[in-house]
Design a protein around this ligand. Structure first.
Ligand code: SF4
Ligand code: SF4
Length: 56
C-alpha cells in the first residue's frame, strides 16, 4: 500500500518535509510520491491543505 497525490495538489511543498522516508518530491506539474518508498504513514495527508494525498 502507498499514498498517491491526486490532481488537486497546488505544489505548496508542505508535505515533503513531513515524510519520514523522503518519498515525496516535486514533479513537473505537482508533487509526487514514490510508491516503492512510501510506508503508508499518512503524515503527508495530515498536513496537506487540499487533501491531495490519497491512500491507494
Ligand atoms: Fe511519506 Fe507517509 Fe506520505 Fe508515504 S504516507 S509519502 S511515507 S508521509
Ligand atoms: Fe501538494 Fe498537498 Fe503536498 Fe502541498 S501538501 S505539495 S498541495 S500534496
Amino acid at each position: 500500500m502507498a499514498y498517491a497525490i491526486n490532481d488537486s495538489c497546488i505544489s505548496c511543498g508542505a508535505c515533503a518535509p513531513e515524510c519520514p522516508v523522503d518519498a515525496i518530491s516535486q514533479g513537473d506539474a505537482q508533487y509526487v510520491i514514490n510508491e516503492d518508498t512510501c510506508i503508508d504513514c499518512g503524515s503527508c495527508a495530515g498536513v496537506c491543505p487540499v487533501g491531495a494525498p490519497e491512500q491507494q
